[in-house]
Design a binder for this molecule. Structure first.
Ligand code: ADP
Ligand code: MG
Length: 210
């Protein structure tokens, strides 16, 4: 399997994860938001699959760009444009190459985080995607030195899971959950949870592909 096919396989597994976890994400979002996060993510990744089938991209970057366009155009709500920006930045970081090294994979995650922070203006501790993706990008960087792309995503997924759990006691400072004040405490953030699930899907796929 070449890197373009592997990237496509990752997106397919991400779409499957969003389908499988649709209710879980929606339940989390109904506790501290408006209950649409599972549906938003599911719709976005189904649109991404359609776009991939129509466009048949020829580099890993073009795969990620197609996902970005689908998420930006098909997902209302906060998370669609934020994840869309993340995939677009990751795509730009990969350039026009056919192959992706462990270091480049870690850089793509760092770029994705940069895009989300720039667009959403959230920092660690605000109870958002950033709380999962920041430790994920750091762990990815650490793992890149001596590892494979699969190892980078495994490390990122593990850190994202802890990052998502770290949002439970937080008060939200961004997004709809911020309207709840202290009542958001005790609930895990839906967006941080979907970030973990997406990275876990990537790790699982790449481990199987290697
Ligand atoms: P909406 O909040 O518009 O209904 P979703 O339910 O799809 O959109 O997504 C909600 C998630 O978006 C939140 O759980 C949070 O993780 C994430 N989010 C919201 N605002 C921001 C932001 N400014 N930066 C990063 N993530 C954010
Ligand atoms: Mg919502």
């Amino acid at each position: 399997m070449d890197a373009t096919q592997a990237t496509r396989a990752v997106v397919e597994e991400m779409a499957a994860a969003m389908e499988e976890n649709r209710r879980r994400l929606t339940k989390l979002d109904s506790e501290i938001g408006d209950g649409d996060h599972g549906n938003n993510m599911h719709r976005g990744f189904q649109a991404a699959l359609e776009r991939l089938n129509a466009a048949d991209p020829s580099t890993p970057a073009d795969v990620l760009k197609a996902v970005s366009m689908a998420l930006i155009s098909k997902v209302g709500g906060a998370a669609g444009p934020l994840y869309g920006t993340a995939f677009l930045r990751a795509s730009a970081a990969l350039g026009t190459e056919q192959e992706v090294s462990a270091g480049e994979a870690a850089e793509a995650l760092e770029a994705a985080l940069g895009g989300i922070k720039q667009r959403g203006k959230a920092e660690v501790g605000d109870k958002t995607i950033v709380d999962a993706l920041t430790p994920a990008a750091e762990a990815a960087k650490q793992a890149a030195g001596d590892g494979s792309v699969a190892g980078v995503f495994r490390a990122a997924a593990g850190a994202a899971e802890e990052g998502a759990e770290s949002t439970i006691p937080m008060t939200a400072r961004k997004g709809r959950a911020s309207y709840l004040g202290a009542r958001a405490q005790g609930h895990q953030d839906p967006g941080a949870t979907s970030t973990y699930l997406l990275l876990e899907a990537a790790a699982r796929t790449l481990e199987g592909a290697s």
